[in-house]
Design a protein around this ligand. Sequence first.
Ligand SMILES: NC(=O)c1ccc[n+]([C@@H]2O[C@H](COP(=O)([O-])OP(=O)(O)OC[C@H]3O[C@@H](n4cnc5c(N)ncnc54)[C@H](OP(=O)(O)O)[C@@H]3O)[C@@H](O)[C@H]2O)c1
Length: 356
Amino acid sequence: MNGRSVLDECKIAVVGATGAVGLEVLSILAGRGVPSTHVISLASERSAGTKLAYGRDQVIVKAVSAEAFDGVEYAIFAADGSTSTRWAAVAVQRGVTVIDNSSAFRMADGVPLVVPEINGGVLDGDAGKAQIIANPNCSTILLLLALEPLRAAFGVCEIVVSTYQAVSGAGIAAMDELREQTRDVLAGKAAQPKVFTEPCAFNLFSHDSSVDVETGQNGEETKIIAETRKIWNDAEVRVIPTCVRVPVLRAHTQAVTVRLGRAAIGEEVGDAMSRGVGLRVMDDRQGNRFPTPAKASGADEVLVGRIRAAEPIATGATTDRFCLLLSGDQLRKGAALNAVQIAEYVESRRNAAVAN
Ligand SMILES: NC(=O)c1ccc[n+]([C@@H]2O[C@H](COP(=O)([O-])OP(=O)(O)OC[C@H]3O[C@@H](n4cnc5c(N)ncnc54)[C@H](OP(=O)(O)O)[C@@H]3O)[C@@H](O)[C@H]2O)c1
């Protein structure tokens, strides 16, 4: 146990508890001191009866059902979109506030899409009511958290981002695939793709989401663009992503070029980044040490470095284009941690309303 949470007294269901994100949700709740007796672990029939580690305790997985949501205050959904579509409304009808990691509801009118450090305020008016709250796409969360200090200080008009995404973004089966293919290739055998269509060991490839034949954008790129505009409530911001899967188990990396709303000197941008919430600046130019997925794995903060003017400028001169490199654990801040923080945000607003 490494902390306390406002959720200590709440009953919390985790749907998809056996998956890559669900296991991380359990680890975060246990780490925040939520007792195992308050946690309902749900998954498909396949996993019913499975025992999962929960801090020093264990929880036993049940198949998801309507009755499983009775008495539950928060349900964190970490399964596929069809499971969310089937069960989220059932949970809300039983008085549960649902925080959904899938893309099923993110762009739906009336469904808040939330990174608490950026737009938690959209929940303030409705904090008391059972509703569906969407957790954004992992790449979007990491990108916008890193850019928030620049948006707050200077405004942001345009983002060009190239992603280097870990295989765990495609779930536990994809992590197994990278391990298995790595062993096979090192043993001189051919990689056998199952989850991905391309080999993932010793390779990289354009993101595995489907490509729109008209626009050429893949699904991940489309999500980053649309979700950025919804979270920032800014229909004008230009977002130009290229998403790539790399042979890394965990934590996504992004190379970002941003055009600010006004020109700034490098020191101002560095100062703004150092004040960013949920960020750790790692920018050792002398030592050539910057964010990596290995350093970001298991960390709650998004690591940010290589902060520089897009083209070299004289000391004290201004420009509106800056670059940076970030790495963030997409299973934590990109999914499980952000979902838990949304529940904490809502619960703290409810507690404040009761206190008043
Ligand atoms: N991985 C990431 O980095 C990431 C980041 C942000 C958002 N997300 C989203 O989070 C969700 C979970 O992703 P993941 O990577 O954790 O996937 P995963 O490792 O494949 O886990 C999927 C989970 O869903 C459960 N499930 C599947 N079918 C079900 C059903 N019919 N009823 C109930 N539970 C069912 C599975 O349970 P069984 O073990 O019983 O099959 C498992 O617990 C997805 O919507 C994904 O898009 C993932």
